[in-house]
Ligand binder design. Structure first.
Ligand SMILES: [Zn+2]
Length: 389
């Protein structure tokens, strides 16, 4: 018995030695990190550089996946989603100073025109929204206008996004490469099922002053607008339901039971298949074309909004010219990883946090365990126009 325990301990120690010390050297991984806003990336870039991390270009990364390039220890891919304006002010200097490289996944409809904005360390965050945009009144206006959130809503360039001049400048400087993150990054109603009404604590003021506690936003089954034809609810629907004292008001902060009922007859319509196909084409091929027009070179890289996709969508994106397609499945890439399903790990720029994350994902066994414990976020169930992943 003692002998058996002894052998067990020895086996465990050998396994730990392999997982912690040997595996990352013999079989290195390439963690692909994704970030969003970058108010201050200087500390992160300095930390990466000081700790011997090397940021790959898409071509080098492609070589790793194909097995034509052996990844070195500490090689990572940095990606930034959504094209937030802070990606210019926050990345330009740190990437140049520390000779690092990043991939920007752009939502092409959002990018504005005009010259690059000045980079000043003391400049207020470009991201701070105007007070009107966040007000309860604005949220309630949305309640009577469900189509506002529908996929067909035009997405005008917005001041919180990068400008074309800025991304072109960064790309020409060789510090970033551009990929598509769709044209509009839309969220849409995925079915005619109304789940209920959401009441946000932020809207209390309005309810109190209007004396109507039923005023709230309708909650539909929501999903990325790329996934299929979207449902367009009747824009008078909400007002009608509230007026009738509907019992559907159940959802608040996602904790309560969801009462799911079907809206009948004439209360909305699904997008025609042909319209969906045309829209999909604009999102995938149109965004790729927009990048090519501004940069003078096409991109082959795409990242799914919210990571939401289907085998059919992946096939379509590939046909339209993307051969490096990124998800949000939290695993590290290795030689032989499918280039149409490249995993990415959601990251925060905080060096302390990043060091733990990279320590784990440089070890493929530990990374695989953590990735399974923390699967990519499930398709979202509610329409939340304020969130912007
Ligand atoms: Zn996104």
């Amino acid at each position: 018995m003692r002998r058996l325990i002894l052998w067990g301990v020895v086996a465990l120690m050998m396994l730990a030695t392999w997982i912690i010390w040997l595996e990352p050297v013999v079989l290195p991984t390439v963690p692909v990190l994704f970030f969003h806003k970058t108010k201050d990336f200087e500390r992160t870039a300095a930390w990466l550089s000081r700790n011997g991390f090397r940021t790959l270009s898409l071509e080098e990364f492609r070589g790793v996946l194909r097995g034509t390039r052996k990844p070195g220890r500490g090689e990572i891919l940095l990606t930034f989603d959504d094209g937030d304006a802070s990606n210019y002010a926050g990345l330009m200097r740190p990437l140049i100073r520390h000779r690092e490289h990043a991939i920007l996944f752009l939502v092409t409809d959002r990018l504005g025109e005009g010259p690059p904005r000045g980079i000043s360390p003391s400049a207020p965050s470009l991201r701070s929204k105007s007070p009107q945009e966040n007000s309860p009144a604005a949220a309630l206006r949305g309640a009577g206008d469900a189509d506002r959130y529908a996929a067909s809503a035009p997405h005008a360039p917005n001041p919180y996004s990068l400008r074309w001049s800025e991304v072109v400048l960064m790309a020409r400087a060789g510090i970033v490469e551009l990929g598509s993150h769709s044209a509009s990054h839309s969220f849409a109603f995925g079915s005619e099922s109304l789940l209920g009404f959401a009441t946000s604590p932020n809207w209390k003021t309005i309810q109190a002053s209007s004396g109507d506690s039923r005023a709230s936003l309708p909650v539909f089954l929501g999903r990325s607008a790329l996934l299929g034809p979207s449902f367009h609810p009747d824009s008078n629907l909400v007002a009608a339901l509230v007026a009738s004292g509907s019992k559907a008001r159940t959802v608040a902060s996602g904790r309560e039971t969801v009462r799911n009922f079907r809206l009948r007859g004439g209360s909305g319509r699904f997008e025609a298949r042909s319209d969906y196909e045309a829209r999909l084409n604009l999102e995938l091929a149109g965004s790729r074309r927009a990048i090519e027009e501004h940069l003078g070179a096409p991109t082959d890289a795409f990242a799914w909004p919210w990571g939401q996709r289907s085998p059919e969508l992946v096939r379509r994106a590939h046909e339209l010219g993307y051969d490096l397609i990124f998800t949000t499945e939290p695993f590290a890439a290795v030689a032989g990883t499918d280039s149409l399903e490249v995993p990415r790990i959601g990251a925060e720029p905080d060096p302390a946090w990043l060091s733990t994350l990279l320590w784990i994902y440089e070890r493929r066994t530990l990374g695989a365990i953590l990735g399974r414990l923390h699967p990519a976020s499930l398709p979202r169930q509610t329409i939340d126009p304020e969130t912007n992943p």
